[in-house]
Design a protein around this ligand. Structure first.
Ligand code: NZQ
Ligand code: ZN
Length: 386
């Protein structure tokens, strides 16, 4: 196990009654906050009114910016930064899923910075400070409510870049699983796969002696495999929604990766699908992860055997490693299909074989750690995903 430091300071308020904390927690953001949200789901569900009321009770002034799109865009981030500066906003409250939260983080980092906030994403500069960000979560998926990461797309250049910096962890997250009842099945399924992917990017490591975090990863994966179909069958099943929501946070607040060397290749390779084709992140991962596995499993076949046996219940038989691994990957694909997601690029509607270009870009963010990847390797992964 590697040495590590770990600090996840986001205060979590979880459960049916958690919304009563929105007001008092938002005081930590300042006297004037930017309320940042997506395309309107929070208005339809009535959550918008709950938030406005809570802020009003605490005499917090509100400046609003809605319209965050899935795969949040840099242009709206720029608009948010200008608005915050003009209005003297002191903190940002994101209400929604990963896109609203990531956009909020980018705005909050851009406000006190003299240059263009994209400098942080293109690694020209490092964010040292930001406005505080609070979260009211409506979609368990990205884990951004407690993660030190943000992912933003620059439209003109088709660049979707992620950025990790400890200053990006929100100060609080209010999480009421009932707010996820209204999720369309597709978003529930995408969320389930994204949560699993966050665990698997950490699980596939060559680091020895990580038995405890292996077991935590496996428990989380099995929880999603068990609960996602239940939530899809009965969207108002509180128990399943709660399990998924809590698992989503733990999957990506860095707890599971401590002591391990992580590998974010599948995310990097997927981000090109989102950047070029605006694919939903979770759906893209359902296509890329199995293909990545098929390409790299020989690198550490024992780890893949453990994954197949413990997570997917493939029976163990000696000297039969390859069959066990391929059966595990097959069962994972079948699970993704069973929750309504495609596992091929064709199924995502992507048929133009733009692989070289995407692979060249992906190789910058996904050079491979568990298994080093060249541009040709990444091209092959796209081919395996056809
Ligand atoms: O925009 P609205 O109207 O709110 O609708 C959203 C959106 O259309 C809808 N939705 C959200 N909550 C809902 C709801 N609809 C009904 N009822 C609710 N309760 O769902 C749609 C998708 O929302 P979005 O926020 O885009 O989804 P998600 O949470 O999956 O976030 C995806 C983004 O997060 C990034 C991804 O790359 C992608 O851009 N990621 C961020 C990470 C991080 N910051 O740590 C890590 C992840 O790996 C991921 O890359
Ligand atoms: Zn993800």
């Amino acid at each position: 196990m590697q040495d590590f430091t770990y600090c996840s300071p986001t205060a979590i308020f979880f459960g049916k009654d958690s919304e009563k904390y929105i007001g008092e927690q938002s005081r930590r953001l300042g006297k004037k906050v930017l309320l940042h949200y997506g395309g309107g789901s929070i208005k339809q569900s009535g959550l918008y009114d709950v938030v406005i009321e809570a802020l009003k009770k605490e005499n917090i002034s509100v400046v609003e910016l809605g319209g965050v799109k899935p795969n949040p865009r840099l242009s709206l981030v720029h608009e948010g930064i200008d608005l915050c500066r003009r209005e003297g906003v002191e903190g940002v409250l994101a209400v929604g899923g990963g896109s609203a939260i990531d956009s909020a983080k980018a705005i909050a980092a851009g406000v006190p910075y003299d240059g263009d906030v994209w400098d942080f994403f293109s690694r020209k500069a490092t964010a040292k400070k930001m406005l505080p960000v609070g979260v009211v979560l409506t979609l368990p998926a990205a884990g951004s409510e407690a993660s030190p990461a943000t992912v933003v797309t620059k439209e003109e250049t088709n660049e979707k870049l992620g950025l990790v910096n400890e200053v990006f962890r929100p100060v609080f997250a209010v999480m009421n699983p009932e707010r996820t009842y209204t999720l369309p099945p597709f978003q529930t399924a995408c969320g389930a796969v994204d949560i699993m992917a966050h665990v698997m990017e950490r699980y596939f490591t060559n680091e020895p002696d990580v038995a405890f975090s292996d077991r935590m990863c496996e428990a989380l994966l099995k929880t999603i495999v068990e609960q996602a179909p239940r939530a899809l069958e009965n969207p108002e099943d509180y128990a399943s929604r709660a399990e998924i929501m809590w698992a989503g946070t733990i999957a990506h607040n860095d707890l599971l990766g401590r002591g391990r060397i992580e590998d974010w290749s599948s995310h990097g390779i997927e981000h090109e699908l989102s950047a070029f084709y605006d694919a939903a992140h979770g759906a893209g991962l359902a296509v890329i992860f199995p293909a990545w596995m098929k390409h790299v499993y020989k690198q550490n076949i024992q780890r893949f055997v453990q994954f197949s046996v413990r997570v997917w219940g493939v029976p163990y038989t000696a000297n039969d490693e390859e069959r066990i691994v391929l059966e595990g990957i097959r069962r994972m694909e079948q699970f993704f299909i069973s929750i309504g997601l495609p596992v091929t690029l064709k199924g995502l509607g992507i048929t133009d074989r733009n692989y070289r270009r995407m692979a060249e870009k992906a190789s910058l963010s996904a050079p491979g750690v568990f298994c080093p990847l060249t541009v040709e390797d990444i091209e092959r992964i796209y081919e395996l995903a056809e």
